[in-house]
Design a protein around this ligand. Structure first.
Ligand SMILES: NC(=O)C1=CN([C@@H]2O[C@H](COP(=O)(O)OP(=O)(O)OC[C@H]3O[C@@H](n4cnc5c(N)ncnc54)[C@H](O)[C@@H]3O)[C@@H](O)[C@H]2O)C=CC1
Ligand SMILES: C[N+](C)(C)CC(=O)CC(=O)[O-]
Length: 496
């Protein structure tokens, strides 16, 4: 995978700030130019929210955060970047000027993406000396959580540029979609604009309030769209006869004179005030930053649920998250060395995410098993049982588990886990994991597991090969000298 080494962000507002966070949290250094007097504060607040969200989003080992530098001039910011992202206000004259300045000061091999939500790349690249490297990279807010980027080339954009841009997105957890033909507002904003136009009429005509309209979306098709989009959802709505039947049944209705889609509502003072007031009531005193945090927690929960979709293979944006995490684990296991095996191995660092909390306000039961399972996976990667090993047809399966709950893990708390290897032979690994609350060092749960090495194709136990056993032996020998942890061998109902 081709990676971005150094990024520059020109403009650090809502979207520039989101890009900055996305790059930094993927371990990429970012230079920023934004003349706004409060740019540093604004970016640091967005970054703080993004870090909170990532702590909940994934337990995979993120790369160390990149270095953030604010520069005095645009030229300084772009000087040694290989991806430059322009996110200045949506005005053609301003964007053209800024992009031409970037073009002059950037490295010859730098890629230049514009965040524009509607302007044509052909118009943006008009005055550039090297227009072939300019493309639209249109993201969605919040850029650090929503993975989509619409990649759109102009008349002078080269296909190499499009390919290079597409390749650089997966390592930062994003999905590029190449839009085949340039068109104002691309695909996403065309759809959103259609919805928004209709929505403004419904408010103006007093059909409903902004809150009712939002409820209609979020309690119904908004939930469907997040995981299946429009066409796949409608395929299912056609019943067993599928899409063709759906089109035959509901297509003719499109000709009925229902919508006001092509008329633009007059956003006069009265309508602006009406929407403003209804929106204030709906917010119920929550600040924008608070709303952002609620939005982020919900998005994290949805992404994690989608990660477990399709029978655990991951679905849609959740599949992307799963692939991103697998990349992080693979990179980390390549660099992780067993330096200190004389004590239980500290293997997982994570935080209790919103999707993990139950009606008692603490981490729900099956998430303990998830963290313990992740701990076993981390041990397996250390002994060479990684994705490639599993693909070759062998693995370890857990055949027995006993969990003890000793304390509570609350929302947002940092937790970590350790593993003590109790015994090992050529087929079996007996492990004892402990989850600690990181701030207090208090043990909040333990688990004892038996893992069995299997030939997955034959579906039966098989001895592990020497390449794996040779990595297990030193850990087993070192851990044999440790005291037996309290709780080993316990069963349910046993007196303490
Ligand atoms: N806000 C949104 O939901 C989305 C916006 N976009 C696009 O992203 C771009 C930026 O929009 P927002 O971040 O929402 O605007 P914003 O107003 O929040 O941020 C724009 C930033 O650009 C800075 N700026 C102005 N002139 C500059 C210059 N000459 N050099 C460097 N920085 C300069 C401003 O100080 C400000 O911080 C626009 O093209 C917009 O269409 C794309 C996706 C979503
Ligand atoms: C309002 N907007 C056109 C700037 C929105 C976008 O471009 C994408 C988004 O995040 O909704």
């Amino acid at each position: 995978m081709t990676r971005i080494n150094k990024a520059a962000c020109i403009g650090g507002g809502v979207i520039g700030g989101g890009w900055i966070a996305r790059f930094l949290l993927a371990g990429i250094d970012v230079d920023v130019f934004d003349p706004h007097p409060e740019a540093t504060r604004i970016v640091s607040e967005v970054l703080a929210n993004a870090e909170k969200a990532y702590a909940m989003l994934t337990g995979a080992p993120l790369a160390p955060r990149g270095k953030l530098t604010f520069r005095e001039t645009l030229e300084q910011a772009v000087a040694d970047a290989d991806w430059i992202q322009e996110s200045v206000p949506e005005r053609l004259d301003l964007k053209r000027k800024v992009l031409t300045e970037i073009d002059k000061a950037a490295r010859p091999d730098a890629l230049i993406g514009s965040s524009t939500s509607g302007l044509l790349p052909t118009d943006l690249q008009r005055d550039m000396r090297h227009p072939e490297r300019l493309f639209v990279a249109h993201p969605y807010n919040p850029v650090y959580l929503l993975p989509l980027v619409e990649i759109v080339g102009g008349e002078k954009t080269s296909m190499e540029t499009i390919q290079a841009a597409m390749e650089r997105l997966p390592p930062i957890g994003m999905k590029g979609v190449h839009i085949a033909k340039e068109i104002e507002a691309f695909v996403g904003d065309r759809l959103l604009e259609a919805l928004w136009r209709e929505a403004l009429w419904l408010i103006k005509d007093d059909i409903c309030t902004v809150e009712t309209l939002d409820d209609v979306i979020r309690y119904s098709f908004g939930l469907r769209w997040a995981q299946m989009g429009l066409f796949q959802t409608y395929r299912i709505a056609g019943g067993e006869a599928g899409m063709r039947h759906f089109l035959a049944q509901f297509g003719p209705a499109l000709k009925w004179n229902w919508t006001k889609l092509m008329d633009v509502v007059d956003l006069d003072d009265a309508l602006v005030e009406k929407i403003g007031q209804q929106s204030d009531e709906q917010a119920d005193g929550l600040s924008i930053r608070e709303l952002e945090r609620i939005r982020d927690e919900n998005l994290v929960g949805i992404l994690q649920t989608l990660k477990g979709g399709h029978g655990g293979k991951g679905w849609g944006a959740g599949k992307l998250l799963k692939d991103f995490e697998e990349g992080l684990w693979a990179r980390a296991s390549g660099s992780k060395k067993l330096t200190d095996i004389a004590k239980p191995l500290r293997l997982i660092e994570t935080k209790v995410s919103p999707a993990w909390v139950d009606y008692n306000g603490h981490m729900t039961e099956h998430r303990y098993l998830q963290v313990f399972g992740d701990t076993s996976d981390a041990l397996l990667r250390l002994i060479g049982v990684d994705f490639a090993y599993v693909e070759r047809g062998h693995s370890y399966y857990t055949v027995e588990t006993h969990i003890r709950h000793l304390g509570e893990a609350k929302l947002g708390h940092a937790i970590h886990s350790t593993c003590q290897l109790l015994s090992a032979d050529d087929k079996r690994l007996q492990v004892f994991h402990t989850i600690y609350e990181t701030a207090t060092g208090e043990a909040i749960a333990t688990a004892e597991h038996m893992l069995l090495h299997v030939d997955a194709k034959a579906g039966k136990a098989a001895p592990a090969p020497e390449e794996v056993l040779s990595k297990i032996r030193p850990i087993a020998e070192a851990h044999a000298k440790l005291p037996v942890p309290d709780g080993v061998g316990r069963h349910v109902g046993q007196k303490r």
